[in-house]
Design a protein around this ligand. Structure first.
Ligand code: HEC
Ligand code: HEC
Length: 250
């Protein structure tokens, strides 16, 4: 009887240990992370720190989320939900529409010391405590804010949403990198599998939300195997985006 209990305990322990190790490996990243990796990981965290860190999310809406906003619950804790894919908050694409936030952007923090930004993230407004965002992840976020932002307005025309890049040049990158997972037409992964009548492919996102597409081309997709092209020249990324805007919607 006792022997059985002990055996059961050991099994339970080793299972939970394995789980912890798996989470740990994902969270920790490389043994000797480079500054570049940290900044890009910060970009993934900005997109969705909950899926990047694989933690169980807060269920209640973020206390700083505006009452006029249309989102609620977990999604209101994502940096992008308040500050936007263009990092401009109320001065950018989120000044109106379904993702209205009315909150200031993070552009003024470019080049600021990491410690200054970390303090902002731990402040009363944000409430990102240790349990939600541990020290290491917090520093990556701060590094992203300081060194990882793209000046979106320079590369994406706000009125036409067109990328100011060369689609033919982007095609070469797309066919040799992105197509491995998304297919040559960009429609092998449907991002909205639950609504089969209105699929969402790279072509869809690149046209509808070029800022989001560019952020993801640079930093990758949280919680997936998607690669990050953050070390390529920004012009290469814009060319890829320009090509992505020509891909089919079906
Ligand atoms: C629910 C909305 C909300 C979310 C989510 C949110 N913020 Fe903020 N953020 C604010 C508000 C409101 C301010 C301005 C007031 C303040 O700091 O007290 C702000 C200010 C900032 C500033 C300072 C900007 C400046 O110029 O002073 C930075 C940097 C920042 N946030 C980064 C982040 C990051 C990184 C995340 C994700 C980990 C995040 N925020 C998530 C609401 C949010
Ligand atoms: C190793 C495989 C892989 C490669 C290479 C890859 N992706 Fe992805 N990508 C994914 C996966 C997986 C997802 C997540 C799909 C999901 O969440 O439904 C994704 C998501 C995306 C999204 C997000 C859509 C959304 O709204 O959530 C965009 C945009 C995207 N990829 C564009 C690209 C582009 C452009 C390239 C080339 C620069 C590329 N991807 C390369 C695997 C890949």
């Amino acid at each position: 009887m006792i022997k059985k209990m002990i055996l059961g305990l050991i099994t339970a322990l080793s299972i939970s240990l394995c789980g912890a190790m798996l989470t740990h490996a994902m969270e920790a990243g490389p043994a000797k992370p480079t500054e570049s990796w940290e900044i890009i990981n910060g970009g993934l965290l900005y997109d969705n720190w909950i899926s990047t860190l694989m933690i169980s999310p807060p269920k209640k809406s973020h206390p700083a989320y505006p009452t006029k906003g249309k989102e609620s619950g977990t999604s209101t804790w994502r940096c992008k939900e308040c500050h936007g894919w263009d990092y401009k908050g109320s001065e950018g694409a989120y000044k109106k529409g379904a993702h209205y936030s009315g909150i200031k952007g993070i552009r003024h923090m470019i080049g600021m010391p990491v410690e200054t930004i970390e303090k902002v993230l731990r402040n009363e407004t944000h409430q990102f405590n240790q349990t939600l965002i541990p020290e290491t992840a917090l520093s990556h976020l701060a590094k992203f804010v300081s060194h990882g932002q793209i000046e979106m307005a320079q590369y994406i025309d706000a009125s036409t949403l067109k990328a100011r890049g060369s689609a033919p040049r982007g095609a070469a990158y797309f066919q040799t990198i992105c197509a491995k997972c998304h297919g040559y037409e960009g429609n092998e992964i449907n991002f909205k599998p639950d609504t089969p009548d209105t699929p969402e492919y790279i072509g869809t996102v690149a046209r509808k939300n070029p800022w989001e597409a560019l952020h993801k081309i640079k930093n990758g997709q949280p919680g997936s195997d998607m690669v990050s092209l953050g070390l390529f020249n920004i012009d290469d990324l814009i060319d890829i985006l320009a090509y992505a805007q020509t891909l089919p919607l079906k």
